[in-house]
Design a protein around this ligand. Sequence first.
Ligand SMILES: Nc1ncnc2c1ncn2[C@@H]1O[C@H](COP(=O)(O)OP(=O)(O)O)[C@@H](O)[C@H]1O
Ligand SMILES: O=C(CO)[C@@H](O)[C@H](O)COP(=O)(O)O
Length: 484
Amino acid sequence: MSSSPAAQGPLVVGVDTSTQSTKALVVDAATGRVVASGQAPHRVSTGEARESDPQEWWDALCAALHHCGPAAREASAVSVGGQQHGLVALGADGTPVRPALLWNDVRSAPQARDLVERLGGPKAWADRVGSVPGPSFTVTKWAWLAEHEPAAARATTAVRLPHDYLTERLTGYGTTDRGDVSGTGWWASASETYDEEILGMVGLDPTLLPRVARSGEVVGTVRGSGELPFSPGTLVAPGTGDNAAAALGLGLLPGTPVLSLGTSGTVYAVSEHRPTDATGTVAGFADARGAWLPLACILNCTLAVDKMAALLNLDREAVEPGGAATLLPYLDGERTPNLPHASGILHGLRHDTTAGQLLQAAYDGAVHSLLGALDQVLDADADRSSPLLLIGGGARGAAWQHTVRRLSGRPVQVPEAKELVALGAAAQAAGVLTGEDPAAIARRWGTAEGPVLDPVERDEATLARISGVLSDAAPLLVRAPHGE
Ligand SMILES: Nc1ncnc2c1ncn2[C@@H]1O[C@H](COP(=O)(O)OP(=O)(O)O)[C@@H](O)[C@H]1O
Ligand SMILES: O=C(CO)[C@@H](O)[C@H](O)COP(=O)(O)O
């Protein structure tokens, strides 16, 4: 029986609490070697709402850490990366007053439109906050809660993001970080402070918000609750949003584009320049260090493709080329393009269309939206021919890889490391031990290394066909289907 080599450095734990599950890695801080890992799922409501019970995130964190075995107990530091934007409203006893409203819950679309108008339009928001808030942003969710469930809003004594909630349960202190707070809509990226005028517009008392920790800060130590397999004194790093954590985990340098295929699909790059896209396509997030993370996000990515595969009774890899079917896979409404009320649309069916071609059309529809935003995400300094880094659960799939190559015409690099959000959190935890920049630690660990797939000729005909259907279907896409 072989035993794994002893760790060369202290052990650290990186956590990824994403939409569908929580994953934990115990990592050797000296080498980046994953010593142990664990994962546990959580539930998301179906139907119109997308909500989760934060207690399930905590239970999943405990379960994932227990799956890691004794290694977790040896860890010297821990950090949590989490799904962005979710509204966690806590009452006086520290428990949620209701389930969390998640990033992909589009019920606050009317509040988003209203807020954009009240502050003076998209440009006013982009200049001040860096983003034009759509229904994913926390500020619109709070406005929705205040309007639809005023008693819950009144009972709220603390407002947190998902990673803040878990970090606070670890330490007992209410903290957030620059990366995740930049997705709330109430943090002014121009001044890097909470925006009291915007908070006033939605009636949210700033004292309910967590302190924004500095990069590299120790925000506390793990409290001894007995539920977690940590030793007393384990340090807690600030944590961050999951995309900012993956940027750390890749050791991303400015200008290198990342395409992430998970529950959400995202495309982003680190930039030295503060983003201010008034079209609303690019969210002007901060990264977890001191730079920026312009990002575009789609709501319908791997789950929409997997749903189409299930409906067609196909394996997700059973795609076929050819045909002229176009599928706009907006099963959850969509964020990019900004069509929160849209549903999926299929066009171009013929007698000879095959099930495999329909499945390919679902992949094409998702990747078309991400690549359409790529040029807007990249700033003037970016190298437009460098490989796209492909990450997230979908990056393991041959059909996803080939679709991205075919529709981008660019080389694609697939890092061998699987859990880049958790690795980024681990690098942040290592950084609080050594004082190093977490991205530099991840580069030393070699987390972005992996095969580079050669470019193939860009399939301009498919891109043009999808753009054509998108524009022709506009009247159908701005409203929910009849009968809903
Ligand atoms: N081998 C694979 N090939 C293609 N897709 C995969 C594969 N493994 C997982 N996936 C997809 O990845 C998704 C989960 O991605 P992940 O990045 O872990 O999600 P999350 O955004 O919740 O962190 C699943 O919905 C599944 O469709
Ligand atoms: O809303 C965004 C980014 O703005 C999403 O990327 C969420 O952060 C959810 O992430 P996953 O669960 O897909 O990792």
